[in-house]
Ligand binder design. Sequence first.
Ligand code: NAI
Ligand code: MG
Length: 503
Amino acid sequence: MLDRPHPTPATPSADPFALAKALSGLHFIGGAYVPARSGKTFAVVNPATGIEVARAAEGDAADVDAAVTNAAKAQKEWAKMPARKRGALVHQCAALLQEHVDELGRLIALETGKALRTESRVEANVVADVFEFFGGLGSELKGESVPFAPNVLSVTVREPLGVVGAIIPWNVPMLLMALKVAPALVAGNAVVVKSAEEAPLAVLRICEIMNRVLPPDVFNMVSGFGPECGAPLVAHPLVKKVTFTGSVETGKIIYRAAAEKLIPVTLELGGKSPMIVFADCDFDKTVSGALTSMRFTRQGQSCTAASRIYVERPIFDRFVTAMKDAVNGMVMGDPLDEKTDIGTIISQGQFDKVKGFIAEGAATAGATAHVCSRMPEDPALKKGLFLQPVIFTGLTRESRLVQEEIFGPVTVIQPFDDPEAVLAEANDSDYGLAASLWTNNLKVGLDLAHRLEAGLVQINQNLVVQANLSYGGVKQSGLGKEASLEAMLEHFTHKKTIMVNMR
Ligand code: NAI
Ligand code: MG
């Protein structure tokens, strides 16, 4: 298996189409590319054209078992390596990934339809940064000495959990994988990742790149469908921890399966993040912040998307007009074109789901759908899953568009008069992932920040996940934190107490 020649180039590839083909039909197990044991594959489609660009290995329980069994053996040696040395290797991975930023950006743009300039290359850069950040944290895996009794030495040590199963979605696959793999590895675990069926290629390439540095078997990648490939990973007896990002529904299935084995889980689920805009805000900065917050450049396919925007009444009309103008100024087009701001929806299923929400909103009495930007004219993109961003006004909290996660380029702007009432509306949600407040009155801002039910509240900004800041939601948005030192310690190690009686 280890002697299998690599089908992919050692140097960064400038041609995402050729790279996608080369990555076809493969998992990465035991330090090498391997096909699915069943020989089955499924299509990877470029959502900008509807054309198949690769096949992915269709993994099942047999592939998962091979990956996990090997990983469990390798993990024992990996855990013996000094933590700082493990970190140094992860650091080397970061440097290699940095060399491949442009390649990875193009590849992820090809398979997800996210624009290269505004999203895909940005994601590739953040990925390298995440590995660099965690690579430096090896020495932080330390315990405490605990006062117990004279002449009794009582200390705690941090130990890895074993094999970690990581299940990732398609919206930001490389970053969400990095947030799991980097801390898991540095903490001394081995990892088996199950990629998202819509976007298996860039993460597979990252796995191969990192395996040039890491010992074989500590980082493995399988592709396949949720029930056939993800579920066996969760259920495998040698998997001692599962970390997942995706839908609430699947998160609960995984939590139940993990409960059967009594293993810990980290769940990063959906959101319906409110953005609250006060009349005293810095207006232009807030409008531009709303574009970022809503992740229009990612077609709104973000769990932290500001899909509920509450604007204080005196500036409501002006704000809606400015938002429309700003989104109208964004260019929809070929994700690989540097001029493009907005690419495509990931899949036909998601496209139909989002269109259903838009139709329902437009049919609601009193509602207005402001359809923004323009469809691309290039005939090559005719079959692409392009969807014009829609800003809704005239919808209220009863609407499904205000309650449910749409995961598309759709936001609802509502006016408000009273800070207490808007706080109550913002908290009137099953979700609690993120929120943002826009005001120059920090007294009001901080007060509301403390009372908003969310894992992350930002005042006068709404940036994407950054290494070193704990990230994770409350309520239906999930369990546990990612992206920080605390996340590595609490979610990828357990604390053992050792006592020595010297009396
Ligand atoms: P999903 O949660 O079904 O898929 C995410 C991952 O879980 C994929 O790798 C999938 O193969 C895997 N999976 C599915 N069923 C599984 C099972 N029974 N056992 C183990 N793994 C399983 O999400 P999907 O279907 O792609 O999107 C549906 C909705 O979920 C979206 O419309 C959006 O609202 C939400 N979502 C939220 C994300 C977030 O960042 N929090 C990311 C992706 C989707
Ligand atoms: Mg699903």
